[in-house]
Design a protein around this ligand. Structure first.
Ligand SMILES: [Zn+2]
Length: 266
């Protein structure tokens, strides 16, 4: 069994303030370690379910957060950003049996995490696909599904776990914390890691195929920007159009085109 783990930081247990996610701030070290430890727990769960090969994508900010020395042997780590439109699931292909998301967070415009955003916390007010609110989970889950790779497990704030269950209730989730305004109420980190390890093991031992997201036949992507200047600029992406001063519409039939639009227009 070959497993792909995509890891972000804003849904790691207790992550509450941007300083905790920023390499240049002293608060970051604790959360860099905790992000690494939650990925390690997912790897341990996957290995005990029989995984033979694990690839980890460090998918926060610079893509250089996870402490490689702490990872179990036989885990490949993808650091940095290649520029490929698959972004947070770069190198994922149909040779993988399962996708796992660690530290994922509520979408842009949601109140479920003080650090809620979709792809860019400085540019994007909200994003929808076919009028459904769109998170980083949904975008990258669709990429995986288009490759026939099921998303078997996600950990993150309660809000993103709820979104996952609404999209496909077979996908296992672990809620690390509840976001309330600018605060979080989180569980104890050791307990959280234990739950990740156990749930990943169980998820990979069960039926994987019913955890595939269903991929729409066509995509109507609407991005509402925080600033009209960013919307105006993005509206010049081929076949995108401005539908009001801050909102751009892009329509296509292939998830690869959605991701390429997001790569260039966000
Ligand atoms: Zn993120």
């Amino acid at each position: 069994m070959k497993v792909y783990i995509s890891a972000d930081i804003e849904g790691i247990t207790g992550a509450t303030h941007w300083n905790e996610t920023d390499k240049n701030k002293s608060d970051y070290l604790e959360f860099q370690n905790r992000m690494t430890d939650e990925v390690v727990s997912a790897c341990q769960g996957a290995f005990s379910a029989g995984a033979k090969e694990i690839w980890v994508k460090d998918a926060h900010d610079s893509g250089r957060n996870i402490l490689a020395e702490k990872l179990p042997k036989n885990v490949k780590l993808i650091r940095g950003w290649s520029g490929h439109p698959f972004m947070m699931v770069q190198e994922l292909d149909d040779s993988f049996d399962a996708l796992i998301m660690i530290g994922y967070h509520a979408r842009a415009g949601s109140g479920g995490n003080p650090l809620a955003h979709t792809m860019s916390s400085s540019k994007i007010d909200t994003m929808t696909i076919n009028d459904q609110w769109t998170s980083e989970f949904y975008l990258h889950g669709l990429v995986a599904a288009s490759l026939n790779v099921p998303l078997v497990f996600l950990s993150g704030d309660i809000d993103i776990c709820k979104e996952v269950s609404e999209v496909n209730h077979h996908i296992a989730t672990h809620a690390t914390m509840l976001g309330v305004g600018n605060s979080t109420i989180s569980m104890q980190p050791t307990e959280s890691r234990k739950a990740i390890k156990e749930k990943v093991k169980k998820a990979l031992s069960g039926n994987l195929i019913n955890r595939l997201l269903s991929v729409p036949e066509s995509f109507q992507v609407k991005v509402r920007y925080m600033k009209q200047v960013d919307a105006y600029r993005a509206s010049h992406y081929p076949s995108a159009k401005l539908i009001d001063s801050k909102t751009v519409l892009f329509q296509c039939t292939d998830i690869m085109d959605v991701m390429t639009f997001v790569l260039f227009a966000v």
